[in-house]
Design a protein around this ligand. Structure first.
Ligand SMILES: [Zn+2]
Length: 415
């Protein structure tokens, strides 16, 4: 009210329409951030509150009647290669206990936590997961590029000090020999936020990281890389952006603009690393952040025999192109790993089983309303049991150290 009444009559109309836009945006994106009080309290005429076209309106009730499956657990033992038990679980033992019970119910044998930060959190993380459940978790290391450096002064960051890479490589060797780590994770900040001493962005394919890739190859540690992000995150945040709602809630997820490298530049830099270090296995997280373009992802898999992919948080993309996805899963059944980016609620996990195992049509990919990663529904791809078994665990057992033994124990007790 204050906003409109403090302006002249002509500006008041503009303010009303701004208020309508903001309220509309907050409704369609789920309103995880509160909107200004003045706008919240402003009473709009009904016509302005309800624009004719509401692209994200989940209040629309579908009249489609189709068979619905109710799959409560995966058909065979699952290895979830992409979870975060510190980033999302914050080392809460009660949450961990509940999650393991959920793993049991859903047929998840092993979760791979990617949160073992070298030097600072690795020991604590292993202890947290392994005190009670050593056979149900393996840990990937990750690298803290800043350590005790000051955020705004990249010249003080650990990665810009002499001997950084040597120190990382030695720690990887030590942790691997102790059986603490099963791989190495790189976050998307590598390429998008980590900086050189002069303030420029660190290049993924800077040769100074070569000893790290080489060491992982020698130690048999796969490297899981999250590079770039969905295509929509690199385009202007306008109503025609297919992830408009989500980017409004999380403006920091947008990498549109000249201050960021392009998505192609990031993909190309990552691909040059994969091409150069042929004895290292690279796991492209989130289907290489190219699940929207399986034609391109196919080209990468054809070019790089040391590349495998996992599809955490991408059933939204895969399920909207069920024919292409099914063909892709059939063709690359030996190079796809199962991942979720959890821990998620059980309702979310069940949607993964439903997507992979059924031919259900037009169902949500998330339990959240509105759907968090694009406003559309998905379709199941009904994979055969033999393919499911490879994706659920056989491929992970071949690629990730520590899985095979644990899987053997799990199978012997769960049968
Ligand atoms: Zn993740």
């Amino acid at each position: 009210m204050k906003l409109a009444s403090s302006l002249g009559p002509s500006n008041a109309k503009r303010a009303r329409s701004l208020a309508a836009t903001l309220i509309y945006v907050s409704l369609v994106v789920g309103c995880e951030r509160s909107i200004p009080v003045e706008l919240d309290a402003y009473q709009l005429p009904l016509t302005e509150q309800q624009p004719k076209s509401q692209p994200n309106d989940r209040a629309v009730k579908s009249q489609l009647v189709v068979p619905t499956s109710n799959i409560l657990r995966a058909t065979s033992a699952v290895v979830d290669v992409h979870t975060h038990f510190f980033v999302k679980g914050k080392h809460d033992p009660e949450l961990l206990k509940q999650y393991v019970e959920m793993m049991d119910r859903n047929h998840i044998a092993i979760s791979v936590s990617l949160d073992g930060t070298l030097f600072s959190r690795l020991d604590e993380h292993c202890k947290f997961l392994w005190s009670e459940y050593r056979d149900r978790f393996v840990v990937f290391a990750n690298i803290d590029f800043r350590e005790t450096g000051t955020a705004e002064m990249p010249e003080t960051w650990a990665c810009n000090q002499p001997g950084f890479v040597r120190r990382i490589v030695e720690k990887l060797k030590e942790s691997a020999s102790q059986g603490q780590i099963s791989g190495l994770k790189f976050f998307k900040d590598f390429g998008l936020r980590y900086r050189n001493a002069d303030g420029s962005l660190i290049a993924i394919d800077d040769p100074r990281w070569d000893p790290i890739w080489e060491a992982c190859g020698e130690l048999g540690l796969p490297v899981i890389m999250h590079s770039a992000d969905p295509g929509a995150f690199f385009e202007a945040v306008t109503p025609s952006n297919e992830r408009f709602g989500e980017l409004n809630v999380h403006p920091d997820w947008s990498f549109a603009g000249p201050q960021f490298p392009t998505r192609k530049e990031l993909h190309d830099a990552r691909n040059r690393v994969i091409a150069k270090h042929t004895t290292t296995t690279f796991i492209a997280a989130h289907f290489g952040n190219d699940a929207e373009n399986l034609v391109e992802l196919t080209q990468w898999l054809e070019l790089y025999p040391n590349l495998v992919v996992e599809f955490a948080s991408r059933i939204n993309e895969l399920g909207r192109q069920p024919y292409s996805s099914k063909r892709f899963f059939e063709k690359y059944q030996d190079r796809i790993l199962f991942g979720t980016d959890g821990p998620w609620p059980e309702a979310r996990l069940r949607l993964y089983w439903r997507f992979l195992e059924t031919y259900d049509e037009s169902f949500p990919y998330s339990e959240k309303v509105p759907p968090p990663q694009g406003d559309w529904r998905i379709y199941g791809i009904g994979l055969d049991a033999a393919i499911l078994e490879k994706i659920y665990h056989t491929n992970a057992a071949r690629i990730i150290p520590g899985i095979r033994e644990r899987l053997g124990k799990y199978k012997s007790v769960s049968q």
